[in-house]
Ligand binder design. Structure first.
Ligand SMILES: C[S@@+](CC[C@H](N)C(=O)[O-])C[C@H]1O[C@@H](n2cnc3c(N)ncnc32)[C@H](O)[C@@H]1O
Length: 500
């Protein structure tokens, strides 16, 4: 099959980018669209795409030369529907909202790259409608933090005829979010999940977009216990297409890895992640340390300041604490006093207003708090919950910091500077506090074999970035050989030693 490389231009201009985000317009590249089409184009004379955009899937259909198959698409954006490709006789497109005005019929073949619109961009009225849709289909309400694509997915599953096939490309949060387990349990009990396609960083379908995409190939037939898990390692290769066209029968390819996995394991691990034997790890970070998120000030522009601002505002020493607020501000595995000094020189903020427990403030603080009131801070959502509004969260200084979003290898940072981290870091408190233990734990955590396991507990984004929530970081598996190599003792042993 001839390959034409056509990549979406990501706008650099803010307005254009906003339109892209509001409507969730990210176009599927041809090599992925063709592979998805290969799945849905058997035994059908019509393919339905509920979010047709510029016509990536119709283009793929034309390329596959299946002239007996017609195409029906819906989209809410007239600009994309005016695309010349839709003048073709075998295609019908409509300006129609797939969720608010869903077609009243079922389909044998559905293919989509649904809009990726995150929940905070969805208005309250629409949220209520989405809740109703998901409850009607599944019998339970989906977590309110799930994006638009989840509802497209459920609505499309509802419209799938018996023995019909569906191919959806969606971000990894579909199977990594808090709601994922319940959602996939329901899907796996009602449909046959035939295959999940994942993409190596080098083969991401949406370069320059912070999304780790997956393709789900699902049939409306009896559920099976196993599914094919595929990892594509090279973009614009024909292997994915050939594997799917062969009805998953050929097993050796140069650019894709194929595993036949247990469905139960896949759901438990999360489909975006490689196979994991859930009994395989004896140790987790929780055995050696406690994890908490960094401090959420609620308004860094007010509470977090540079040395110059502290001086200008006359804030006394006892009302501030040294803090770090941006992962980019740390470049090494150890954060030292001199690094903090250098940040000061570069005019980066390193001081956090910390006025808990002061009954009477000096005039400078009272004046500064008045500015906060004028800025409307006491009414801001997070700040509103504090009494009084300026009372800062309390944290012990963590000996180890964890940069919770990023693609770099130095994720665990030794906090020799003794600073308090803000929310872009997690605090790691080892159960033993002597320097030797902390050093050994640091080496174990920053070992490549441990860092590799972040994938198992984190949410993945584009080009290798992983985000790990505090509760999940505690579940980070530390391989046995690493625990042995660094002679780490688990918390329970430290406790027994202390009392004996
Ligand atoms: C991610 S793009 C995918 C377009 C195309 N199928 C592709 O893969 O290149 C999603 C499309 O959904 C459209 N869209 C957004 N909300 C929609 C809705 N409620 N109903 C139908 N289409 C919608 C957007 O305008 C956008 O064109």
């Amino acid at each position: 099959m001839e390959t034409v490389i056509k990549q979406q231009r990501i706008p650099t201009n803010w307005d254009e980018r906003e339109i892209l985000r509001e409507k969730g317009q990210f176009w599927t590249p041809s090599w992925v669209a063709e592979a998805m089409l290969a799945y849905v184009c058997e035994n059908t004379d019509l393919i339905f795409d509920p979010a047709t955009g510029n016509g990536a899937f119709f283009e793929a259909l034309l390329k596959l030369n299946k002239s007996h198959i017609s195409f029906y698409g819906t989209d809410i954006d007239n600009r994309v529907l005016e695309n010349d490709i839709y003048k073709h006789k075998s295609c019908t497109v409509e300006n129609r909202d797939f969720l608010k005005n869903t077609p009243q019929r079922k389909f044998k073949s559905i293919v989509a790259n649904p809009p990726y619109i995150r929940h905070h961009r969805i208005d309250e009225e629409t949220k209520q409608l989405l809740k109703k849709i998901s409850t009607n289909i599944t019998g339970f309400a989906i977590d309110g933090r799930s994006g638009y694509h989840i509802y497209f997915f459920l609505q499309a599953l509802r419209l799938l005829e018996k023995d019909g096939k569906l191919a959806f490309i969606m971000p990894a949060d579909t199977c990594e979010g808090t709601f994922a387990n319940k959602l996939w349990k329901w899907i796996s009990e009602n449909f046959c999940i035939e295959a999940v396609l994942t993409f190596d960083e080098a083969a991401t379908p949406f370069p320059n977009v912070d999304t780790n995409a997956l393709v789900f190939l699902i049939k409306n037939s009896n559920p099976q216990k196993k599914f094919y898990w595929v990892k594509a390692n090279q973009a614009y290769s024909n292997d994915l297409f050939t594997f799917i066209s062969s009805n998953f029968s050929k097993q050796k390819y140069e650019t894709i890895e194929i595993k036949h996995r247990q469905l139960k394991e896949g759901i438990l691990t999360g489909f975006s992640r490689p196979e994991q034997n859930h009994n395989g790890f004896n140790y987790h970070l929780n055995d050696f340390a406690r994890v908490m998120r960094g401090i959420a000030t609620g308004a860094n522009d007010f509470f977090f300041m540079t040395a110059e601002q502290v001086k200008e505002r006359g804030i006394p020493d006892e009302c501030i604490k040294r803090a770090i607020g941006r992962t980019k501000d740390i470049s090494e595995e150890i954060l030292t006093d001199s690094d903090i000094e250098k940040l000061d020189q570069r005019k980066r903020p390193t001081y956090m207003l910390a006025i808990n427990g002061h009954n009477k403030f000096p005039k400078e603080i009272n004046d500064y708090l008045k500015i906060g009131v004028e800025m409307g801070l006491p009414d801001r959502s997070l700040i509103k919950q504090r009494k009084p509004w300026y009372k800062m969260e309390k944290r012990e200084i963590p000996p180890i910091l964890f940069a919770y979003l990023g693609r770099r290898n130095t994720r665990f940072i030794k906090n020799e500077a003794g600073v308090l981290p803000l929310t872009c870091f997690l605090c790691v408190y080892p159960f033993a506090t002597d320097t030797e233990y902390i050093n050994r734990l640091m080496q174990a955590l920053n070992h490549q074999d441990t860092l590799e396991n972040l994938k198992l507990v984190g949410k993945s984004y584009g080009s290798g970035a992983i985000k790990v929530e505090p509760r999940n970081l505690g579940k980070l598996p530390i391989p046995d050989h690493i625990v042995e190599q660094y002679g780490l003792k688990a918390g329970r042993l430290i406790f027994i030693e202390k009392i004996s």
